[in-house]
Design a protein around this ligand. Structure first.
Ligand code: ADP
Length: 334
């Protein structure tokens, strides 16, 4: 079976996710503080008759940033335009996108930390003063002038895996900055039950909970696991996902009881076996595991740290006693 935690959005994900995305804040499970903050801002923007403040959403992939952007535009009753940092190469492209917006529209920029500097600079006056500077009269005598063109009041929703990757001038222009948290098992259970209903597959409470436990706190993985386990239940059994069927299918996918997959275990085992439990620097760890350092930092590490399996110290990553226990190894530092 394919790797479960692969973070890139596959075509298959896009197909499943299209139908599973919640459309309103009420249907968006978890992230209660963010929802509360956003619903107050939505209410206030509506009362003022103005666009919502710019919002920056950050956190590991698959936690619901894109979904939230869609919900914000639904709740505000405006259009949503979606793009991403790497997709916009030239300032003129960003200017054209901004120009195409209507009053109150939402512009969602995924991977906003990957915008290049010149493109980012177009955003500064756009976000702050709702205008863009256009250069005119460029000729050999270098008598260039810039004119300010007004833009409609719009809302920029930026998403990034790490807020620390954003430049300060860009970060400072967001009125709201929210960090998405990993989801709890009860929240993921609820998401799985909801998705199962939409997909028309039957899951009992034990089955849903088992899949939730192994979804690494991430709705995208929960939905992906549900789909694979559903296929397994259909082919091997009568289609109903029970706890024991979920356990069997997930064991086959090599996702362990904590939701760790092959790469997670490889990272921990490498720290323990090759670096005596650490500390080991990120780049060295990346080279030793054959993983990209950015992927380790953005995707794997946050969950391992949250579960107390590794620690980040000034000297590098360290495997905790929990990590040894999880892998069934004796902790040598007692
Ligand atoms: P991100 O943009 O952070 O990578 P997405 O918004 O694309 O993540 O979320 C991935 C999928 O997970 C969505 O298609 C949606 O089905 C599901 N999802 C995310 N957050 C929630 C949530 N809070 N409640 C229910 N489903 C969610």
């Amino acid at each position: 079976m394919a790797r479960t935690i692969e973070t890139k959005l596959t075509e298959e994900d896009k197909k499943i996710e299209g139908g599973l995305r919640p459309q309103t804040l009420k249907d968006y499970i978890g992230q209660s503080q963010i929802k509360e903050g956003l619903s107050i801002s939505i209410e206030a923007a509506k009362v003022r008759g103005d666009a919502l403040d710019h919002v920056l959403l950050y956190g590991p992939p698959g936690l619901g940033k894109t979904t939230l952007a869609g919900i914000l535009s639904n709740e505000m009753g405006t259009h949503l335009k979606v793009t991403s940092g790497p997709a916009i190469e030239k300032p003129a492209e960003m200017a054209a996108i901004l120009n195409s917006l209507q009053e109150g529209d939402l512009l969602f920029v995924d991977e906003i930390h990957r915008l290049n500097r010149q493109v980012e600079e177009v955003l500064y006056p756009a976000m702050e003063d709702f205008c863009i500077d256009v250069l005119i009269g460029k000729d050999s005598s270098s008598s260039t002038r810039s004119v300010r063109l007004p833009l409609p009041h719009f809302t920029l929703v930026g998403a990034t895996t790490r807020a620390g990757l954003l430049t300060a001038p860009l970060r400072d222009r967001f009125g709201m900055i929210y960090k998405l948290q990993f989801y709890t098992v009860p929240e993921l259970t609820q998401i799985i039950m909801g998705s199962a209903k939409k997909l028309g597959c039957e899951v009992d409470a034990g089955g849903a909970k088992e899949m939730a436990r192994r979804s690494r706190g991430t709705p995208r993985l929960a939905n992906r696991i549900l789909k694979r386990v559903r296929d397994y239940a259909l082919v091997r059994y009568d289609g109903v996902i029970t706890e024991s069927i979920a356990i069997e299918a997930l064991d086959l996918m090599a996702v362990d009881r904590m939701g760790l997959d092959h790469t997670d275990r490889n990272i921990i085992e490498t720290i323990i076996n090759k670096f005596d439990g650490g500390p080991v620097g990120l780049d060295t760890l990346a080279a030793a595991t054959g993983e990209d350092s950015g992927t380790i930092e953005d995707v794997y590490e946050p969950y391992l740290i949250m579960n107390g399996l590794i620690n980040r110290t000034p000297k590098g990553r360290v495997a905790t006693q929990n990590a040894y226990t999880h892998l069934g190894l004796k902790y040598p530092f007692d």
